[in-house]
Write a protein that binds this ligand. Structure first.
Ligand SMILES: *Cc1c(COP(=O)(O)O)cnc(C)c1O
Length: 443
């Protein structure tokens, strides 16, 4: 695929090849990542990127959109079918602008909005302090309990007290099934819009491996590049319930995306790639894939627990788990993330509920199975991977993050030097590469 760029721009070519080699030789275990099919990549790399098409099918501000209209309508119809919803906007560039468009569609400046707090697993766009959502709207964060499940008593009490305009259910780091039905009840009690953000679990929902929010939410937002296994992108959907609550909701969402809000011309190559990815999800293979993601996550979680690793909530219902490292010290997620990366296992440091550290130096790591399941790995490989992860945690558990900024930088440098020479980590890296090479990236 890269024949031309190899001739015309070897500098960029080398870098792309280096990244492909990194992906091939290691295990991508960041829960929000995946490997797309060659068909998705071909759509993304197509001439469609050349076309301007501000507006929506049949209502464009530019000529020459006969074909683009058909492509966008195809993506819309596939999205409606995949999620059983009456309206879908497939133009939003990515998950964060999609969520910002929802505020624009249904909120006024200063309205109260409720979402899961970021340190508890919520997303930046659900009302975090530094984000537009927390600065232009009044944030009312809710939390998870000690056991890792959403604290419903708190959600209901806060909703009753504040009467928010909008309530989010969705997260970037939550390992249990989302209780959409209970949220709908609370939102109805206080007259709020209920928005389900299924960015992480969209693929699981289509595969039948997670309950769907379609019967409960008014609006559903999702990314298309996580378990859905499409290009980077997003969608905003309006449900039957949403249209009952507000018959103009679909128009409000579309207008918030363009022209009132977050973008100009749609990325048509991305829209086509979303259509391709949605097409791929409507197959028995995808349904098996979604179920295997969860089976793999459960197997990995059980094997890690068996090896003495502590997990938030004691396991998982979905595609990810959160390792709780607090027993080794505050903010140790960075050491485990870096040491695993050195061994070719890519995860990300993440806060855990009631984290004594900070979002930049959290006391946990987040591990997910969507990408390695795409490569065909099963329970047997999870057992092997759990052994490596547990061994590496054991190797770095005594490192303690110093307090001052400069002391930290020096210490992390020392840590990197030591881990890059660590025999255990180096020998695990060899085994990781071997496993990865036996499970090629998708065609
Ligand atoms: C990933 C994610 C987003 C944002 O997606 P981007 O495409 O990175 O902007 C929004 N909400 C949730 C819950 C997510 O996990």
């Amino acid at each position: 695929m890269l024949d031309k760029i190899k001739q015309t721009d070897p500098e960029v070519y080398e870098l792309i090849e280096a990244e492909i080699a990194r992906q091939k030789g290691g295990l991508e275990m960041i829960p929000s990542e995946n490997h797309t099919s060659s068909s998705v990549l071909e759509a993304l790399g197509s001439r469609l990127t050349d076309k301007y098409s501000e507006g929506y099918p049949g209502k464009r501000y530019y000529a020459g959109n006969q074909v683009i209209d058909k492509i966008e309508n195809l993506a819309i119809n596939r999205a409606k079918k995949a999620f059983s919803v009456p309206h879908a906007n497939v133009q939003v560039y990515s998950g964060s602008p999609a969520n910002t468009a929802v505020y624009l569609a249904v909120c006024e400046l200063g309205d109260k909005v409720m979402g899961l707090d970021l340190p508890d697993g919520g997303h930046l766009t659900h009302g975090w302090k530094i984000n537009i959502s927390g600065r232009y709207f009044k944030r009312v964060p809710y939390h998870v309990k000690e056991d890792g499940y959403i604290d419903f008593e708190e959600v209901r009490a806060l909703a009753q007290e504040h009467k928010p305009k909008l309530i989010w259910c969705g997260a970037t780091a939550y390992v249990r099934e989302f209780p959409f039905e209970e949220f709908a009840k609370i939102a109805d009690e206080v007259g709020a819009y209920f928005v389900a953000d299924i960015a992480h679990i969209a693929g699981l929902i289509i595969a039948g491996a997670h309950v769907s929010p379609a019967p409960y939410a008014h609006i559903i937002t999702t990314t298309t590049h996580k378990t859905l296994r499409g290009p980077r992108g997003a969608m905003i959907m309006v449900t039957e319930r949403g249209l009952e609550k507000d018959p103009e909701l679909a128009d409000k969402i579309d207008a918030a995306v363009f022209p009132r809000g977050v973008q100009g011309g749609p990325h048509n190559h991305q829209t086509a790639a979303i259509a391709v990815a949605l097409g791929e999800t409507m197959t028995p293979e995808f349904s098996e894939y979604g179920k295997q993601i969860v089976a793999n996550a459960k197997a990995l979680a059980a094997a890690l627990i068996d090896k003495g690793v502590k997990l938030v909530s004691g396991g998982t219902d979905n595609h990810m788990m959160l390792v709780d490292l607090t027993k080794y010290g505050v903010g140790n997620g960075i050491f485990v993330q870096e040491a695993l990366d050195m061994a070719g296992i890519t995860v990300n440091k993440n806060t855990i509920p009631k984290d004594p550290g900070s979002p930049f130096y959290p006391s946990g790591v987040r591990i997910g199975t969507p990408a390695i399941t795409t490569r065909g790995m099963k329970e047997k490989e999870m057992e092997q991977i759990a052994g490596w992860i547990a061994a590496i945690i054991e190797e770095v558990k005594d490192y303690q993050l110093p307090k001052g900024k400069e002391a930290r930088a020096a210490y992390l440098k020392e840590f990197d030097d030591a881990t890059s020479k660590n025999e255990t980590i180096l020998s695990i890296k060899k085994e990781v590469t071997q496993l990865a090479e036996n499970f090629p990236l998708p065609q």
